[in-house]
Design a protein around this ligand. Structure first.
Ligand code: 6R9
Length: 651
């Protein structure tokens, strides 16, 4: 590797915090120094900001590395920390969630309201026989009951597995089966882009075949679409919850008690269920949330636009903000319904002060033009955040200028489902910001950018991002597969976590994240596996072979582009149909709409090396419309000319 990136050695323009911002910041000025002086003591201090039923005496046990135990002999309850604690401290009247449905319906939920709902939901789950350690799958839209369901699981020690509401029946099925889920919580439908998506129907399809462990399906009413209930299995949430008591005492669980499983795409076909536990996860999500976002819980209105189906929704919509007693916005629908001003209208009406979103959204707005945000009063905003993929300096500058009125800090936060919480980001009250760089590890996190041999790279060079010391919110494994966790993340550089991302280091030692170096694509900030989509394609009767690449895309960062070789034996059927169209919707049905290829190219052959490996690199060049790179290792170089010619002519 060790490629030079010249501009990282130059003096770049930086944006220091204003005196005002720094002087009014609640973030202690000595955090970095404290973490450097005593890393474990620093994390223990952060953990003590939570409510522990039994205080811990041990900070880190790394004897079974890479399976960490943090605060192992302490006990706590995540739901108590996110809700009860604030009510008991006299903040029950503080708004926890300003919810807005896509059609415009609204609910304001205080911490007291939330506590009442979580208690009843916990009673409901217990009445259905759900106990500590059981897995509950949650397939829901962005409505308050989703948060209530997650916190109710945490309250009784059940492990939630949230499945993004855009995923297909097959994806639900494989996740429910992998984790032996006992209960599924869903809604009749979800409302997006003015349409109703029948979530319950999708759950029915997922559970149609026998061989799963689901005993009940709880259905929340949201879209009022028709659903069919399977007697004995399916129950309406509202009818059941009306019958349970409204008192529920949260029991403490050990710090290492599992909190949730969340599936994410890796380099292989099968999504991995990352397991997160309670004490360390809650410590680092709440610490980073209040530090990176400079949180003033009694004043700020915080909004993270991520769906709860992704890790950002878990850590920076549910657990981090609620553990900190924040007031936040929850919005059900899409940003362009009824028009492209929707998000800005929400910011203006609720007086959002901290806004956290993804570069893909920012680039989308750059395309549609600054006249749209200009129609709204966005002066309440005092801090902006970005997550999900590298933010290019142009998008950073636009975000700061157009949304942040040229005056507010923009923090770029790097982290992953596996890391549980933010790992690299400037603390905006303390570090001068550099457009396009995530910059520095958060206090208490230790990273190193290395070459293929594991040697630290010099400033101006690019290498691979590794994390050299355990951190509190790290995943505790892949659910049910100990070996795969070790093999996937800890074997390339023994003793270190390898993130799968490339990074450069600049002359100040700051980090510039450069995207994935493996077969994971990043489409609109969502992780997709090339292998998983290839498997979905070859699952279709037309397809003999497929190769999928992430092509560059101006708005979504990357886009899925597929190359397929079709079966001779199906010639007649293929000719009678629009094969690329058929295959695009097939992927959508198998995985979900986010995985639908932007293009499917039918080719006669795939380019392969003599050892039979598909040369995706060359296909990526074609998909990007670039000159095709070195083809000398191919068995037959003419394959590439035929593909390039075909793509150029649009066939
Ligand atoms: C939180 C989240 C993780 C992958 C990660 C990296 C990319 C996320 C980034 C970023 C550059 C940032 N990524 N944040 N790349 N700068 N600020 O997105 O988790 O869905 O697991 O994706 O996203 O490539 O490896 P997840």
């Amino acid at each position: 590797m060790a490629d030079k990136i010249e501009h990282l050695l130059e003096d770049l323009e930086t944006f220091p915090p204003s005196d005002d911002f720094t002087s009014s910041s609640p973030v202690p000025a000595d955090l970095m120094a404290r973490a450097e002086e005593d890393r474990l003591g620093f994390w223990a201090d952060q953990a003590r900001e939570l409510h522990w039923s039994t205080p811990f005496t041990e900070v880190l046990d790394w004897s079974d590395a890479p399976f960490a135990k943090w605060f192992g002999d302490g006990t706590l309850n995540a739901s108590y920390n996110c809700v009860d604690r604030h009510v008991l401290a006299g903040n029950g009247d503080r708004v926890a969630i300003y919810w807005e449905g896509e059609p415009g319906d609204k609910r304001t939920i205080t911490y007291s309201d939330l506590l009442g709902e979580v208690k009843r939901a916990a009673n409901l789950l217990e009445s259905l026989g759900v106990a500590a350690g059981d897995v509950v799958a949650i397939y829901m839209p962005m409505i308050p009951e989703t948060v209530v369901a997650m916190l109710a699981c945490a309250r009784i020690g059940a492990v939630h597995s949230v499945i993004f509401g855009g995923f297909s029946a097959d994806s639900i099925r494989s996740r429910v089966e992998d984790a032996n889920a006992k209960l599924v919580i869903t809604s009749d439908g979800s409302i997006r882009k003015g349409r109703i998506f029948p979530l319950k129907e999708t759950v029915d399809a997922a559970l149609e075949a026998d061989g799963h462990t689901v005993e009940h399906v709880l259905v929340v009413r949201r879209a009022d679409n028709e659903v069919s209930l399977t007697p004995g299995r399916d129950l309406w949430w509202d009818e059941e919850i009306a019958q349970v008591g409204d008192e529920h005492v949260a029991k403490p669980f050990p710090a290492e008690h599992p909190l949730f499983i969340l599936y994410t795409s890796g380099t292989t076909g099968k999504p991995k269920g990352l397991l997160h536990t309670t004490g360390g996860y809650l410590t680092q999500t709440s610490f980073t949330h209040r530090t990176i976002f400079d949180l003033k819980p009694e004043q700020d209105v915080y909004w993270c636009s991520a769906d709860v189906g992704w890790v950002t929704g878990h850590s920076y919509f549910v657990y981090g903000p609620l553990a900190n007693g924040s007031t936040q916005v929850m919005y059900e629908g899409t940003h362009d319904t009824p028009d492209l001003g929707r998000w800005f209208d929400i910011i203006q009406r609720y007086g959002v002060t901290i806004f956290y979103t993804a570069p893909t959204a920012i680039r989308g707005y750059m395309k549609s033009g600054r006249q749209i945000p200009a129609k709204y009063d966005l002066s309440s905003i005092r801090l902006l955040g970005s997550v999900g993929e590298p933010i290019n300096p142009e998008a950073w500058a636009w975000y700061r200028e157009v949304i942040g009125g040229n005056r507010v800090p923009v923090v770029d936060t790097w982290w992953q489902t596996e890391t549980g919480a933010i790992m690299i980001s400037a603390i905006p009250s303390q570090v001068a910001l550099k457009p396009g760089a995530a910059q520095v590890p958060v206090p208490g996190v230790v990273v190193e950018v290395v070459d293929d041999q594991g040697e630290r790279v010099n400033p101006g060079e690019m290498g691979l991002l590794t994390i050299t010391e355990p951190w509190p919110s790290m995943a505790r494994g892949i659910y049910g597969d100990r070996e795969r966790f070790i093999e996937t993340y800890w074997s390339q550089f023994p003793g270190r976590y390898f993130a799968g991302d490339g990074a450069g280091v600049d002359k100040d030692g700051h980090l510039w994240l450069l995207g994935r170096v493996d077969d994971v694509m990043n489409v609109s900030g969502h992780r997709l596996s090339t292998t998983e989509i290839e498997s979905a394609l070859v699952d279709h009767p037309f397809v003999a072979e497929s190769a999928v690449v992430g092509a560059s895309d101006e708005t979504t960062g990357q886009a899925v582009v597929a190359f397929v070789v079709l079966k001779e034996s199906k010639k007649a059927e293929i000719e009678a149909s629009d094969a690329p169209q058929v295959l695009r919707s097939h992927v959508s049905t198998k995985i979900g709409a986010i995985a639908r290829p932007r293009q499917v190219y039918v080719v006669a052959e795939l380019p392969k090396t003599r050892s039979g490996k598909i040369m995706r690199r060359l296909l990526r060049d074609v998909a990007d419309g670039k000159a095709v790179g070195d083809t000398t290792t191919l068995t037959d170089a003419s394959v590439m000319s035929a593909i390039s010619a075909g793509v150029a002519s649009g066939t």
